[in-house]
Design a protein around this ligand. Structure first.
Ligand SMILES: [Zn+2]
Length: 304
């Protein structure tokens, strides 16, 4: 009798956002083999959990060895319990135990920005480093930290670093946080001030790319805020690399990164100052899904 070929395990990754749930089969190298997308239910916790279960069931097959979730939420350190999600009706849910019981597989859960940091570290811009910081500039600002060759599994609310004492109010109730000053919404606001109520961050980036000085200056100011925060992060972690991702961050690219580098060098303490490196993320909109897959492999391998 011929022994069946042993197929390499794959995992199911779920990148759960406020507007959509992206799910897929991911292999150990971080390749997405199959991908699905459904809108996120907004009505109740039950409807979100049902949508997550359906997304897993649609991808379940023999090779699937684990499940990983990236969730826009604060997680309880050590257990991964979801404490409170942003833009999703999830509050105090033990998703790991729930899914483990339901599907009989190892399950991992991580904050979505931390999952994206894991992906960029293992498979993207941060390959080969031992210490990196990632910031995702999207609707809000998120972040993740890799320290001494491991993803930091604690609180990493890097979007809520104070950049401007007494500045504008943040979504969290604080003032002058990075999220107020460097998110896609900050880009939208700057665009509206310059070009009227119909303009948004896309307009700003388009105009800046076409050489419009006012647009370039507005994006440079956003980059400056980003850089001030990165300077503080460099003073704490001295990362080899700071990766900037998220829809807005990647679209704006060098239009914000150039100013960010200069501002970060102004705040970072020497000699870390001389080693400041800020680069754009490489994995694009799939970073969260790849990261969720890698979180599943960490659960499979017992890394926690
Ligand atoms: Zn905040």
């Amino acid at each position: 009798m011929v022994a069946p070929a042993v197929e390499a395990p794959v995992v199911i990754g779920l990148d759960v956002g406020g507007t959509k749930i992206l799910s897929g089969l991911v292999d150990r190298e971080g390749n997405v083999l199959e991908e699905r997308e459904v809108p996120s239910p907004e009505t109740s916790e039950e409807s979100v959990l049902a949508a997550l279960d359906a997304a897993v069931e649609a991808l379940l097959e023999e090779r699937v060895a684990a499940i990983g979730y990236g969730i826009p939420a604060n997680l309880e350190r050590g257990t991964g319990r979801i404490l409170n999600a942003m833009n999703l009706p999830l509050d105090d849910v033990d998703l790991v135990s729930r899914s483990r019981e339901r599907f009989g597989l190892p399950v991992g859960v991580e904050n979505d920005a931390s999952a994206a940091a894991l992906a960029e570290w293992r498979r993207g811009a941060g390959c080969g480093t031992q210490n990196l910081v990632m910031l995702t500039l999207g609707t809000g600002v998120g972040g993740g930290i890799v320290i001494d060759g491991r993803l930091f599994r604690g609180w990493a609310e890097l979007g809520h670093i104070v950049v401007q004492q007494g500045g504008d109010e943040c979504t969290c109730g604080g003032r002058g946080h990075l999220e107020v000053l460097a998110s896609g919404h900050a880009g939208d606001r700057a665009a509206r001030e310059l070009y009227g109520p119909d303009a948004d961050a896309h307009t700003l980036i388009e105009r800046a790319t076409a050489g419009d000085d006012a647009a370039r200056a507005a994006l440079a100011r956003i980059g400056e805020s980003l850089g001030v925060a990165v300077g503080s992060l460099v003073n704490i972690f001295d990362p080899e690399l700071t990766v900037v991702g998220g829809g807005f961050g990647v679209a704006a690219g060098e239009l914000v990164l150039e100013a960010a580098r200069e501002a970060a060098r102004g705040e970072a303490v020497p000699p870390a100052r001389d080693g400041v490196r800020i680069v754009a993320a490489e994995l694009g909109p799939e970073a969260g899904l790849v990261g969720a897959g890698l979180v599943a492999f960490e659960a499979l391998d017992g890394i926690r």
